[in-house]
Design a protein around this ligand. Sequence first.
Ligand code: SF4
Length: 238
Amino acid sequence: MSEILENKVQELAAVASKLSPQEGLALLAKQFEGKIIFSTSFSWEDQAIAHMILSQSLPVKIFTLDTGRMFNETYYVWSRTNEQYNTKIEAYYPNQEAIQTFVSLKGPNSFYESVDNRKSCCFIRKVEPLRRALAGHSLWITGLRAEHSPDRGDLPEIEWDETNKIIKYHPLLHWTTDEVRAFINQHGIPYNTLHDKGFVSIGCAPCTRAIQPGDDFRAGRWWWEDRTNKECGLHAHS
Ligand code: SF4
């Protein structure tokens, strides 16, 4: 990262830290108009952010990565969101040839067989489509929260993502689960009902399960793997 860019990121982080998420989103949407993008997985933090963007009619492109292995509940909340906000959330899909070759060679559930297979599956279904979606943008809004991982406590709300060469903004970084839930209820925002059944972060159906109170948030993802492998490549530090 150049010194100029580093100063710009620090400057933005200092400003954002003094603003509410709604104010931060409004300010950045104006500053980065045409270059700002939000990725949603329809988790409740993402639904809260989508509400902040759509209810203020902010000029932010919203997209999701449809891996082809999502829960029915996720497709339902996606449809409900389109209806409630009179919008069409864009979808990015895996490269057709890559996924066809991978599944034909390895089988439909090869991610349970090895970490390499799981990472290949995540690369084809999420990482590569994400790169396509982010291309040409300067600022990426995410629903990351510090509570989701012990590594995220010191993260700034605005940071440089060296892997994707983009500035990232995590407006709800310091919100607790209770705060997110209260915001969802207060504004009548559609949310994924799997959250009521112990699911904290919701990804692909075969790789996500509910957790028990007190469990690590990541215990619901790729539970058959060693903890150190648990990342899908979307966020370098997650
Ligand atoms: Fe494949 Fe599971 Fe990764 Fe989804 S979370 S892309 S199904 S390995």
